[in-house]
Design a protein around this ligand. Structure first.
Ligand SMILES: [Zn+2]
Length: 274
């Protein structure tokens, strides 16, 4: 009974097959098809989460049918979600990592099946602004009106990340919750993976425009929503993604949210350091 919105982007004059809204019964069959691998699947709107709709609408198990790589959060904003190689990890409020159970629910996430369409060696990057500038330059060349999922693997000089305490009902708006319940951590010389999503400008009412990055260490012991990074050397992989498939949640709260309010300032506040 889940409603899905599918938007297909046309790129390089090639028609991309949208496929039909996939139900769990046909997801097994379609998950290996080209169209599905080239789709960003989104659970709800970030703007719902920022207004305090922390109620989960898909399970971790269902999310795994839609991708093997991605970012998001859990019911009650119970930690940051990082999906790498098909496993869903939770970064807890102390920066430690645990594997999320398949029956836990998710209020907001973006995932895709990751295929590296382009690779590049990275070196000497000082700060997340430098990294974003480099990635923006790539997007400028590749086309800024489609989605990109990025994966960066390496040994990083420094990673600064955050997670947050699980929220209790009644849920406050996210900026308010993070003002008291966000926790930050830094790690030096840490091996791991950054998963980053790029959303085009026209996603302004549905997600954060530009880059949203999460980190998990190679030994799967540390991670979070990434606020800053210094890179000595690492490998960048970019997955070009033409399709966008969004699930509207059937939570009791979702239909009552006032989504006419522009939340770009609040989103900037919750996504970045300053
Ligand atoms: Zn995040």
């Amino acid at each position: 009974m889940k409603k899905e919105i599918i938007i297909c982007l046309l790129s390089l004059g090639m028609l991309t097959s949208c496929g039909s809204a996939s139900s769990s019964s046909d997801s097994k069959k379609t998950e290996t098809s080209t169209a599905d691998r080239e789709t960003i699947f989104q659970v709800s709107l970030l703007q719902g989460l920022t207004l305090g709709d922390y109620y989960g609408s898909v399970t971790v198990g269902e999310l795994k049918q839609k991708g093997d790589t991605g970012i998001g959060t859990f019911e009650g904003v119970n930690g940051e979600l990082i999906m790498v190689d098909g496993t869903v990890y939770r970064a807890l409020s102390d920066g430690s990592i645990e594997t999320a159970p398949d029956d836990e629910t998710i209020p907001f996430a973006n995932v895709t099946f990751f295929d590296a369409d382009e690779k590049q060696e990275l070196s000497d990057i000082s700060g997340i602004a430098d990294l974003k500038a480099l990635l923006d330059e790539k997007v400028e060349k590749l086309g800024k009106n489609r989605f990109y999922m990025v994966r960066i693997d390496g040994i990083f000089k420094r990673v600064h990340a955050r997670s947050e305490l699980k929220q209790e009902e009644p849920y406050k708006p996210l900026a308010e919750a993070l003002a008291t319940d966000q926790r930050e951590f830094s790690w030096d010389n840490i091996e791991g993976t950054v998963v980053a999503l790029y959303c085009p400008q026209y996603m302004n009412d549905l997600n954060a425009v530009g880059w949203h990055m999460h980190f998990v260490s190679a030994d799967k012991s540390k991670g979070g929503h990434m606020l800053d990074i210094d890179i000595d050397s690492a490998e960048l992989k970019i997955d070009f993604t033409q399709g966008f498939n969004m699930l509207l949640p059937e939570t009791a709260k979702f239909p009552t949210l006032d989504l006419t309010v522009d939340q770009s300032e609040d989103i900037k506040k919750v996504e970045t350091k300053d």
